[in-house]
Each structure stands twice: as structure tokens, then as C-alpha cells.
Design a protein around this ligand. Structure first.
Ligand code: 2NL
Length: 366
């Protein structure tokens, strides 16, 4: 055996004996690394005569190639063995239940707005929307709330520091009434709409959040009177609370945009320490709670949107969506509505597949 053949046999034997990837890497460096023994042999070729190099080069190349091939083969073999060992040790139990996928939920405010849209659709109302950033005219002036009107002070308004391109004072709408103003101006009369959405007032305590949800309703037609208002509210509340014993009490009130204005109370009764809507209102253990504001649309407002108030009359109402949700689904803290706590939504949220329908009950839960 030549010296090179001995070297090769020893190298291959050591490679074959390597127990793991790290030992194999040490051998690769020892043979083929920059300072490796085979690399050193390659360098000797440069110092040989051309004749000598002609005979020696193929032998050294053969040594280097054989060692490189053996390293690669052993590496593959070790990796294969490692995989085999892992597969033998691991177990995949296909009978186990799959991990639960995280589920989203429909926020009660969205659910209630869907229910309202459903109920009012059956009464011939469509849903109108509009901008949350409004100008002073649509939010106040058109609603008979002049610059100096004291009712404006009741709305703690968020104003923007700058005016818009036309010099109008801009604000976050304090109610969805401007949506109805815009709808009347765009569509004219007759009209039957509800306007649900976010509204903003600079108000924050246990029962007030700076952003809350309101739905307003508007009917403009010929010969509309308070009887239509009362029937509509009664029908809506019976459908929404899914009870036939909802009773209403109408009290005179004041809003600049309605005349006359009517505060609407709804009767409740005590059921195990909870106030449940329905019942008598005046009987012992019963009572009244203020639920919404309404009235006949002020003729100044009708004029303001370009309609003839002698031809067109109507009623309007406004009610808090968050409040409706709390009364129907039993939450007691308004602020939790907007905390974004997933546990709250898991508890109070609705399935997106639970579409409200009048036949299945608008509040049917999955
Ligand atoms: C409340 C209840 C109310 C209206 C909103 C309204 C809208 C137009 C014309 C006339 Cl375009 N009225 N909306 C009417 C009465 C009550 O909201 O408690 N508001 C302070």
C-alpha cells in the first residue's frame, strides 16, 4: 500500500466510525479544511516538477474526492438515522380532538343595530348613514339650534381646531340627526328612515362614555300625527324586547327640533331583584323608566330642508343603542362595552351566523 492509499483507508475508516454530525464536521476540517492534511498535500503539487505532478496529481485528487464523497455519504446516513429515531419516538394520535380555533364574536352593539334594522325594515324604514365628522350647520343649525341656543350647551361638543375649506366649523356629531337632515335634503318626502351610528359628547363617567351609539328614526309624510309615533314606538319595543306587555307613557318634554316633544317612559316590573321591561308601570312592584325622546318634527326643521311644512309633517325619535343592549341582554356596566376585553365579548357576544329574523326571534342565540 502506498502512503496515500494508507491515508485514504484510515480516513474512510474514521469517517465511517463518526457517531454524530459534530464528529463528522471535526473530521471534515481535519482533512479538507484550510489547514487540513489533504489540503496540505494539494499544496505540495505546486512545488513538483511537471512530470512528477502529472503522476501525483490524480492520486491526490482521488484521495480528496474519495474523502469528500465519504463525508457526504456519512452525513446523509447520520441525518437519516436521526430522522428515523425521531419518528420512532414520536406518536401522532389522529383520534385526538383538534385544538379549538379562536372564535370572534358579534359585539352586542352591532347585534342590536342589526335587530333594529330588521324590525324597522318590516315597518318600511330603510337604514341611512352619514359622516361622523360634521359641520355646525347639519349638526345644530338645521335642527333649530341657533348659535346662542341654550340647547347647544347641553351637547358637550368635540370641536375641531380648524374650519373646513369653506370656513365651516367642524365637529364630531353629537347625535345622528344630521344624517336625517342630509337624507331629507337628498331624498325629499315622503321618507321613512332609521339612522344608527356612533355619536360623540365630551362626557365621561360611570354611565357616560365620550363615544356612544344612537339610533334615530324619522317619518315624513302627509297627515302624520302623534298616534303614528306612539304606535310605531310600541310596535318597535314589543318586537325588540320580544314581549307583548310593553307599556308606554308619554310625557311632554322639550327638544328644539320637535314640537311638541315627547319623553317616552316604558313600564317595568321587579323580577327577582332585576328590573324587567313589561307589565303595568303603575302597579305595586312596577315602575316607569325613561327610555327615549321623540316628538313631531318642528316645522322650522322641515322648512330648513326645503320642504313645505303645510304639506309634510312627521315624527322623529332618538334612543341609545348601548342602553337598549344593556336592558335586553343584562350588562350592567356601559364602560365594558368599549374596553375591548375578549372575555367580555366571549360572554356577551353573538355568533355571526345568528342573523336576527322575526320568525326565529330577533334575539335568538346560537
Ligand atoms: C333625545 C332623543 C331625539 C330627534 C331625536 C330629530 C331629528 C330630526 C328632526 C327632528 Cl332630523 N328630530 N330627532 C327627535 C327627538 C328626540 O332624540 O333624547 N335627544 C336629545
Amino acid at each position: 500500500m502506498t502512503e496515500l492509499e494508507t491515508m485514504k483507508a484510515q480516513a474512510l475508516a474514521r469517517i465511517d466510525a463518526a457517531g454524530d454530525a459534530a464528529a463528522l464536521e471535526t473530521l471534515r476540517v481535519e482533512f479538507l479544511g484550510k489547514q487540513g492534511s489533504i489540503s496540505a498535500l494539494m499544496k505540495t503539487l505546486g512545488k513538483m516538477s511537471p512530470e512528477e505532478r502529472q503522476t501525483e496529481a490524480p492520486k491526490i485528487q482521488d484521495l480528496r474526492g474519495g474523502v469528500a464523497d465519504a463525508l457526504a455519504a456519512k452525513k446523509a446516513q447520520l441525518e437519516e438515522a436521526e430522522l428515523e429515531a425521531r419518528l420512532a419516538g414520536e406518536m401522532l394520535d389522529l383520534t385526538l380532538p383538534s385544538p379549538a380555533a379562536p372564535k370572534g364574536g358579534v359585539h352586542p352593539v352591532s347585534q342590536v343595530m342589526d335587530e333594529l334594522a330588521e324590525i324597522f325594515a318590516d315597518l318600511g324604514f330603510s337604514v341611512a348613514t352619514g359622516p361622523e365628522i360634521e359641520d355646525d350647520w347639519h349638526n345644530f343649525t338645521a335642527l333649530n339650534m341657533a348659535e346662542t341656543h341654550p340647547a347647544r350647551a347641553m351637547h358637550d361638543t368635540f370641536y375641531f381646531p380648524d374650519t373646513d375649506a369653506e370656513g365651516r366649523r367642524m365637529l364630531l356629531r353629537t347625535h345622528t340627526s344630521p344624517v336625517q337632515i342630509r337624507s331629507m335634503m337628498a331624498q325629499g318626502a315622503p321618507i321613512r328612515i332609521i339612522a344608527p351610528g356612533r355619536v360623540y359628547r365630551s362626557d365621561s363617567d360611570a354611565t357616560h362614555t365620550p363615544m356612544f351609539h344612537q339610533v334615530e328614526g324619522l317619518v315624513i309624510d302627509r297627515d302624520i300625527h302623534l298616534g303614528h309615533l306612539k304606535w310605531t314606538l310600541e310596535t318597535f319595543l314589543k318586537a325588540f324586547f320580544e314581549r307583548d306587555d310593553i307599556v308606554l307613557r308619554l310625557r311632554p318634554s322639550y327638544f328644539p327640533f320637535t314640537e311638541p316633544s315627547v319623553e317616552v317612559d316604558v313600564g317595568w316590573q321587579d323580577v327577582g331583584g332585576r328590573r324587567v321591561l313589561g307589565g303595568d308601570g303603575d302597579a305595586p312592584g312596577h315602575g316607569w323608566m325613561e327610555l327615549l325622546g321623540s316628538g313631531m318634527v318642528n316645522r322650522k326643521v322641515i322648512e330648513c330642508v326645503g320642504l313645505d311644512p303645510d304639506e309634510w309633517q312627521g315624527f322623529a325619535f332618538g334612543v341609545g343603542v348601548d342602553r337598549l343592549a344593556m336592558l335586553k341582554y343584562g350588562m350592567d356596566d356601559l364602560r365594558a362595552f368599549f374596553d375591548g376585553d375578549g372575555r367580555w365579548l366571549d360572554h356577551y357576544g353573538f355568533s355571526p351566523f345568528d342573523q336576527p329574523t322575526l320568525s326565529a326571534g330577533v334575539g335568538a342565540r346560537a
